[in-house]
Design a protein around this ligand. Structure first.
Ligand code: KG4
Ligand code: ZN
Length: 357
């Protein structure tokens, strides 16, 4: 069964063809990093405009690289949400026109579920129950997956996403966008104990395994001001103080992610642990998670499948298309689409929490 996946929820225009849910025939990603880099973050209007320009050639390349025509595709999977409304509309509009023109089944896929499926290409099949930590620029959510397609939220960020914290710290220090890869590279050379920040990892109250990163971002800002640290200007190498600060920041992000992952593993005894989303590219996070005694193998996607792509969307869509499901042409983009269809007893939605999409 051949599935065409289309992803356009944020700043990557992507299309992929996959066979039988697990074999990648093509995986085309047009990144908009250069467009948004001067602004230190994604500018929604520019993103929609660029998706419009790129979507047709990206889909054409994905079909061509896979050596198939649209007629040979068995179904289409497109990101329905969460994401930026203008960006989602471009992908969904294009996917629906293709489905209508070629007479194909189409399903709308939750982007976060796509990230979960991103580990399915290069690892053994996921065994359930599984625990998944999805850490990206827009999301930091911990799930219990009792069986395929069933999701209970164990915790989520109460403020910023982990990747957002990376991006904001990098912007503050003049290190460019996106912040994750550059901080990953530089933090290796720093001493996390050298930059003492007044910040303790928040102990989120049980039963929720929630996260919070805005306090850490503020602690970095305070440290920068109090120590008279100047942002790096174009082309300059950051000095030792910045590198130590980055090491300290990263150490705290990783520790706060792992403390909750550890609790989830202890409580729910998963048979597979999934770590996915852009921040799961982080080499120190991977090394620390591997060193944890979680009682189950940890599955990651390879870097190209970790950040946004359409192969993961096709894989998540395959699980529904293969059962004969078809959302037809009526479904709409869902900016804050939730991935939650199991509600655990004792889990309380935090009052006044600000959920980011
Ligand atoms: O999954 P993704 O491509 O997009 C969203 O769905 O948000 O994640 C992008 C995020 C950015 O915040 C980026 O800074 C972060 O992933 N990221 C990293 C690394 N590579 C990308 N964060 C830490 N370490 C990395 N190596
Ligand atoms: Zn993503």
């Amino acid at each position: 069964m051949l599935v065409l996946g289309i992803e356009s929820s944020c700043d990557e225009t992507a299309a992929a063809v996959i066979k039988d849910g697990r074999e990648i025939k093509s995986n085309v990603i047009a990144s908009q990093i250069e467009t948004h880099a001067p602004f230190g973050g994604v500018v929604p209007e520019l993103a929609s405009r660029e998706h419009l320009v790129r979507i047709a050639p990206v889909v054409a390349s994905a079909l061509e690289e896979a050596g198939v025509t649209i007629g040979q595709i068995d179904g289409i999977a497109v990101t329905q949400g969460p994401g930026l409304i203008g960006s989602l509309l471009v992908g969904i509009g294009f996917a629906k026109s293709l489905a209508m023109m070629a007479g194909k089944a189409i399903v709308g896929v939750n982007h976060i579920e796509g990230h979960i499926y991103s580990v399915g290409f290069e690892n053994d099949a996921i065994e359930y129950p599984a625990v998944a930590l999805i850490v990206s620029g827009g999301h930091t959510t911990l799930f219990l997956i009792p069986e395929e397609g069933r999701y209970a939220v164990l915790g989520r960020t109460r403020d910023d996403a982990a990747g957002e914290a990376y991006d904001k710290v990098a912007k503050l220090l003049g290190l460019g966008y996106p912040g994750g890869p550059v901080i990953d590279r530089l933090a290796k050379f720093g001493d996390p104990a050298a930059a003492e920040m007044v910040f303790t990892i928040p102990r989120m109250e049980s039963p929720n395994l929630d996260f919070s990163f805005s306090g850490l971002k503020t602690a970095v800002l305070r440290y920068v001001r109090e120590n008279g640290i100047a942002a790096v200007t174009d082309g300059d190498e950051p000095d030792g103080r910045i590198i130590d600060l980055l090491a300290s920041f990263q150490d705290k992000v990783i520790r706060s992610l792992l403390v909750q992952l550890r609790s989830a593993a202890r409580r729910h005894r998963p048979r597979t642990v999934i770590l996915a989303g852009g921040v799961a590219c982080n080499s120190a996070l991977r090394a620390s998670a591997d060193a944890e005694e979680l009682g189950a193998p940890v599955y990651y996607p390879s870097p190209i499948l970790t950040t946004d792509n359409a192969a993961m969307i096709a894989a998540a869509g395959y699980s529904r298309l293969v059962k004969g499901e078809n959302d037809g042409l009526e479904f709409a983009p869902s900016v804050s689409m939730k991935l939650e269809n199991v509600f655990l007893e004792g889990y309380e939605a935090p009052v006044g929490a600000r959920y980011k999409v």
